[in-house]
Design a protein around this ligand. Structure first.
Ligand SMILES: NC(=O)c1ccc[n+]([C@@H]2O[C@H](COP(=O)([O-])OP(=O)(O)OC[C@H]3O[C@@H](n4cnc5c(N)ncnc54)[C@H](OP(=O)(O)O)[C@@H]3O)[C@@H](O)[C@H]2O)c1
Length: 355
């Protein structure tokens, strides 16, 4: 593992105006994607890439050739591999999308980078900040692109939130309140409940509100968390209070025992923004003004997983520009989000095997 610390990470080569309108994903250059792990999110990603970008899915790699073939049939993928090693070695792909469980992101990202391939790695980027630093140190050394697939950051609705905040209309942001709850406590051996697969609410669901608060307020100066564990020993439900160098606080919660509103509220001294559920992929936001008037601002892109096209387009643009990290979701942000999750997980008492 690297001796890199967060302050050793290079900054992105450009600065982005997060409030500027997000370009249509169909205007990004075409690249050839290789999918590592033919599971649930890989299917949604493939659908979004094929429908809303100029890129295509050139190859799929699975631990089982049969699974890769079934995926390839559904998405007309020309190159099919029965191992991840063969996938990353292929000359037919420009970038690898790592869609395995969080427990394996570190190893699978390193596998792709070692084969000279840029990587887009599903959230949570790794089990902990140390693993993420190791991947980014490797990417830097190899001169390769790497990014966490925190797709909310690239959505038009998120740009609208930044635009309203940057305009000064809501004043100083003093409170961010966000939750993410889904009823997912079904299979004790599955990736959501299994400690060996880095299960738990925080890494799967809580990463969204934590990354959202980070996008708006930066890294917290303190993290306080209380949680309850599942019978399998991972975090089933966690509530967090984050404090910042300013007077702002974020109040966040996550549970895999119940569907919750999954909304975000950004309260400023002059007005507040409501991001309706599910806040991590909305089509519109609402600005609530002190005189009781509410203004809804809609994005012209559908809500939901079609929005995965924006992160795919970001990767294509970054590769064309020859940069190693996205200015909208830089390496430092991914590591700082994981540092917050590390702290919360330590406070609720969850350690993964081998950590
Ligand atoms: N962005 C989003 O909205 C979103 C939504 C859901 C999930 N995710 C993220 O995507 C990742 C995958 O989630 P998922 O819901 O797609 O999971 P999933 O349906 O269980 O698929 C994960 C895939 O990973 C591969 N894999 C490799 N090693 C594995 C192991 N030891 N055990 C189980 N599977 C293994 C398998 O593919 P093969 O058998 O083909 O090798 C499996 O199909 C997670 O990190 C999750 O947080 C993101």
């Amino acid at each position: 593992m690297t001796s890199y610390a967060v302050n050793d990470l290079p900054a992105p080569s450009s600065v982005v105006d997060k409030g500027a309108a997000v370009p249509d994903p169909r205007t990004a250059p075409a690249i050839r994607w290789g999918i590592l792990g033919a599971g649930g999110i890989a299917r949604m990603f493939a659908r979004a890439v094929q429908h809303y970008t100029l890129s295509h899915i050139a190859a799929v790699g699975s631990r089982s050739l049969e699974n890769a073939q079934a995926f390839a049939k559904d998405f007309q993928v020309p190159h099919v591999f029965g191992s991840y090693e063969d996938l990353v070695a292929s000359d037919e792909v420009d970038a690898i999308y790592v869609a395995s469980p969080h427990s394996h992101h570190h190893a699978h990202a390193l596998l792709a980078l070692a084969a000279g391939k840029p990587v887009l790695v599903e959230k949570a980027f790794a089990r902990n900040a140390a693993e993420a630093l190791d991947v980014f140190a490797t990417a830097e050394r190899q001169g390769l692109f790497a990014m966490e697939a925190m797709w909310t950051r690239f959505l038009p609705a998120t740009a609208l939130v930044h635009e309203v905040i940057n305009s000064g209309e809501i004043g100083e942001v003093v409170s961010v309140i966000a939750d993410h709850g889904q009823r997912l406590d079904f299979d004790p051996a599955g990736r959501l409940l299994n400690p060996a697969l880095a299960g738990g609410a925080l890494l799967d669901l809580g990463v969204y509100p934590v990354a959202y608060a980070h996008d708006l307020l930066g890294a917290p100066v303190s993290v306080t968390a209380k949680g309850r564990l599942t019978d399998t020993g991972v975090d089933g439900q966690v509530s967090l209070v984050l404090e910042y160098a300013s007077r702002a606080q974020a109040t966040l919660s996550t549970t895999l025992w119940a569907k919750s509103a999954t909304t975000a509220v950004i309260a400023g001294t002059e007005a507040w923004i409501e991001v309706p559920g599910d806040f991590y992929c909305p089509a519109a936001i609402r600005v609530h003004l002190p005189d009781g008037v509410t203004r809804e601002i809609a994005s012209d892109f559908p809500a939901g997983h079609a929005g995965l096209a924006f992160e795919a387009a970001e990767v294509a643009r970054c590769l064309a520009a020859g940069v190693q990290q996205s200015a909208r979701n830089p390496w430092r942000d991914t590591v700082e989000v994981l540092q917050t999750l590390d702290s919360a997980r330590a406070q609720v008492g969850v350690v993964y095997p081998g950590e």
